[in-house]
Structures are given as C-alpha cells and as structure tokens.
Design a protein around this ligand. Structure first.
Ligand SMILES: Cc1cc2nc3c(=O)[nH]c(=O)nc-3n(C[C@H](O)[C@H](O)[C@H](O)COP(=O)(O)OP(=O)(O)OC[C@H]3O[C@@H](n4cnc5c(N)ncnc54)[C@H](O)[C@@H]3O)c2cc1C
Length: 463
C-alpha cells in the first residue's frame, strides 16, 4: 500500500485527494493523508450563502474553454448546478477620467476582433485606435521583432498596440488575474495563446479574425450554489479518515523510503509527498532539502482583499450599466483594482430584485487595507464604489476576505525556471508540487494538474 501525504487542502490538494480516492476505489493500493493547517477546506475557494445571496470570497467561476473543472463537477453529479455567464450583457468597463467607458465589443483581452467596433467606443484616443488599425499591416515586422527568448507582457503588448492600450486595459486585466506588474510578468507563461498567434500570423488582430466564427461558449461557467459546493462534493467523496484539519506541516525530510513529515499530530513517514501549500510555504519547507529548488520557487505573490456587498430590492436604488463590471487602471485615483456586477454576470446568484457587487483591491492597496479593521475596509470600499457608481444603498450582507500572497507572479523566464524545478523535483523522487505557482493559476488548470499527479503516482507504482 502506497501512503501519500498531501500538504494543503485548497482546490489543488483536494483534487489530488479526490483522484487518489477514486483510484483506491478502483482497487489501486493507495491511501492518502491530507494535512490542512486551517480549520476549513477549500483555501482561497469559499462561498458564503446568506439572505438568498451566493457570495464568493475568492474565485467566482472558471473560464469555460478549459474543460477540467466542468468535467470534475459532472463526475460529482453537479451537472444540474452548472450555469454560464450571462453573455448577452457581456461588457466590461474601464475607469477613465472619472467615468466608466465600455471596452469595444469583440475584444479578447487587449486584442480587438472587430476593428469597426473601435469607432463606437470612446475608451481609446484616436492615436490608440490607429495603432489597432495599423497592427495587421505590420504583421511581417511584428513576427520578425518577436524575441527568441521570453519577454514581459508590457514589452509584448507595447510592440503590438502601444503604451496607451497597455496601461488602459492590458495592465488592469492581467494584474486582476495574475497579480503583480506587467513589466515583470512573463508573456509566455500568462499569454501563451497570444504568443502562438504572433508566431503564426504576426498580427494578433488577424489571428483573432481568422478564428472568428468558431462558436464560443459562454465565457465563464460556475455552480449555481457557489464554488463551495464543488469543495463540499469533493470532500464528501474522500474517505473522512484521510482528512486532518488544524494540522500544519511544519517540517519535511527526505528519507531512504520516502518522506517524513512533522505536524502538530507528531511525526509520520510516507511513500510520496504532494506539496499543495502556497508556494512561499512550500519553498521554506523544501529549502533544507534542495536549496536550488527553493531558489527556483522564490517568487513574488501579490495580495488581494475582496469585498462583497449584497443589496436587497436594489434594482431601482442602485443603477448599474449593463455588463460584468469594471477595471481600474493605475493612476486613476481609485484604490480599487476592479469590481464585478455579480447579479448581471451570474443572475442566478441573487434573490429577485437583489444586487451583488464584488470589489477587488490588489497590490499596495490590498496590503494597506489588510492593516485596517473590517468595518473600516467596508467603509473604504463603499466610498470608492460610490465615487464611481453613485450613492449606494445600505448593504444587507457584507463579506470581506483577506487573501495575502494569493496570486503568485509568473515573472519573465517562468517557464524555464519551472522546467528546471521539474528536473529537481524528479531527482528528489516521490514528490509533486501542486498549486497555483507553477503551471497555471485558474481552477481548471489546478484540477487537471492535481489529478494527473495522482494518476502518475499510481502509474509509477505499477511500473
Ligand atoms: C481574489 C481571487 C480571485 C480569483 N478568481 C478566480 C476565478 O474567478 N477563477 C479561477 O479559475 N481562479 C481564480 N483565482 C485563482 C484560484 O482561486 C487560485 O489559484 C486557487 O484557488 C488556488 O488554489 P491552491 O490549492 O493552489 O491554493 P490555496 O487555495 O491557497 O490552498 C492552499 C491551502 O494550504 C493550506 N496550508 C498553508 N500552509 C500549510 C501547511 N504548512 N500545512 C498544511 N496546510 C497548509 C492553506 O490553509 C490552504 O488551505 C482567484 C484568486 C484570487 C486570489
């Protein structure tokens, strides 16, 4: 019987435990012990349900085009719970000169598929619009200017569309998902499809137009009752004796047979270790064993504060422009990073007449807010939102979540560093690094990766 230790009960650790439980059910000689330092499972994923509102503390859904989260939900008999974003109102705004200006229709991140749509939007200056229009005719030059090595998102976007597009939508779009700074984020790690488009077409606009017509599903998928339901179902399908809450892994050591873990339950030996704690913790646990691996795991991670405000009977008292929400570029004079209009993105998440806003603070603003009390954070968030949306009614429910170091930054050279880290991990043997610092930050990637790790462990045991 192979005994596997899983350190960390976020979605990555849980998806690995789920897969191991499935394999054990099918007769594979494997069992796991999952150590979670806090008193609850799910990590960043958490759903609060109150007064008919479904309020997410962390992620609110996943990108539909990646199938792995949906597949897992279907296996867990959650098909009837799957809902899609209401793409008829799919519009995103950007705060510019104090006003919310709509992004032109048909944008995929910062690339327009329909150049005529630029004419109906006042988001960009005439100069930036001209940059967009000229990009297809610069295809040969752009392909030739693509560096052989990795570059930053800022350099990549600037080469195609200039600085204004980078600052107005590139930076806020990416810092919302990956944290950190576009000047250091790796384009190959965080915008890989666009790098491929450049390689094939030179022009990103032309590449996107060539793909137009492929039917795109709704942009986002989620569960009606919240992503907490996914966590609950996963947990219910794992043998309960595998799970240990309030159990922090404080040291790990490599032994001849496998791995030795120290927790507040004592010391235990295992055949394999799935390290699914946040990267800064994983790094400090592994540094006595492999200093170079720990060096490769050294990365900045930005923090987030999420504030959810639920308003009852507010469709008249709180007027919102149609759409999913807005982004706030740096230097706009607001502490906010973004705000989602949850009742318009996923209408099933609120009671009749309800409104649900989720405000995001990132980077420096998040760090400053984390030093405040929650009532102060709520007051600041209301003030910041009211400056943009107008006066807000009194919320019926307020949910505040502090997510320190929750968004690891994939800096330039990330893929090369991860390739070397993989080699080190392979050499150590019986070790898998899981979680959002390595091969993707979104739920589908984390689920795919963790399940594949469990399968490869069993395959190694058999071969
Ligand atoms: C604000 C925000 C919004 C997001 N929105 C989306 C979205 O809409 N869609 C999407 O796909 N992704 C989204 N993401 C990304 C996604 O939510 C995360 O990447 C993912 O949840 C991380 O899961 P994880 O298991 O890697 O880490 P975590 O959720 O951080 O889990 C790690 C776990 O390890 C535990 N732990 C820590 N130290 C120890 C220790 N020493 N011993 C034992 N346990 C330990 C922690 O308590 C925690 O439970 C968002 C992220 C943030 C921050």
């Amino acid at each position: 019987m192979k005994r596997v230790a899983i350190a960390g009960g976020g979605i990555a650790g849980l998806a690995a435990a789920y897969e191991l439980a499935q394999l054990a059910r099918r007769g594979e000689p494997v069992q796991a012990v999952l150590f979670e330092s806090s008193q609850r499972l799910g990590g960043i994923v958490e759903t609060v349900r109150e007064a008919g509102f479904v309020i997410e503390g962390g992620p609110d859904g996943w990108v539909s085009e990646k199938p792995w989260a949906r597949q897992l939900a279907e296996e867990l008999n959650l098909s009837s719970e799957l809902i899609h974003s209401n793409d008829t109102t799919r519009k995103t705004y950007v705060l510019r000169d104090g006003d919310l200006k709509a992004m032109p229709d048909g944008m995929r991140m910062m690339v327009p598929s329909d150049l005529t749509a630029l004419d109906t939007s006042d988001l960009f200056s005439p100069r930036a619009r001209q940059y967009f229009r000229d990009e297809p005719s610069r295809a040969a030059e752009l392909r030739a200017s693509a560096p052989m090595h990795d570059e930053s998102v800022a350099e990549f976007v600037r080469r195609h569309f200039g600085n204004e597009v980078l600052e107005t939508i590139g930076a806020p779009l990416l810092s919302g998902v990956f944290g950190g700074d576009v000047a250091t984020l790796s384009v190959r790690a965080v915008m890989a499809p666009f790098v491929t488009m450049e390689r094939e077409y030179g022009s990103l606009v032309t590449a996107l137009q060539a793909r137009a017509g492929n039917s795109t599903p709704a942009l986002f998928t989620t569960l009606r009752s919240g992503l907490g339901t996914l966590i609950d179902r996963i947990v219910a399908s794992i043998p309960q004796q595998w799970i240990h809450l309030n159990t922090e892994v404080s040291a790990v050591a490599r032994t001849v047979e496998g791995w030795h873990l120290t927790t507040n339950r004592g010391d235990e030996s295992f055949d394999a270790l799935f390290m699914a704690a946040p990267v800064h913790i994983a790094q400090s646990l592994l540094s006595p064993i492999d200093a170079r691996a720990a060096e490769l795991m050294q990365m900045d991670a930005s923090s987030a504060v999420v504030v959810g405000f639920a308003f009852a009977d507010a469709t008249h008292s709180l007027k919102l422009p149609p759409g999913f929400g807005f982004l706030v570029p740096q230097g706009s004079g607001s502490l906010l990073l973004a705000c989602t209009f949850m009742d318009q993105k996923f209408p099933d998440r609120v009671p009749e007449g309800g409104r649900l806003l989720r405000a995001f603070f990132g980077g420096e603003s998040a760090l400053r807010l984390m030093r405040c009390r929650n009532d102060e954070i709520a007051a600041i968030a209301r003030l910041e939102l009211a400056r943009i949306l107008g006066p807000l009614p009194e919320p019926q429910v307020t949910v505040i979540r502090h997510l320190p170091r929750s968004l690891p930054q994939y800096a330039v050279g990330h893929l090369e560093r991860m390739a070397e880290l993989n080699e080190r991990v392979r050499a150590l043997g019986s070790l898998w690094l899981l979680g959002n610092a390595y091969r993707g930050v979104g739920l589908p990637d984390l689920i795919r990766d963790a399940r594949a790790a469990a399968q490869s462990l069993v395959a190694c045991a058999v071969s």
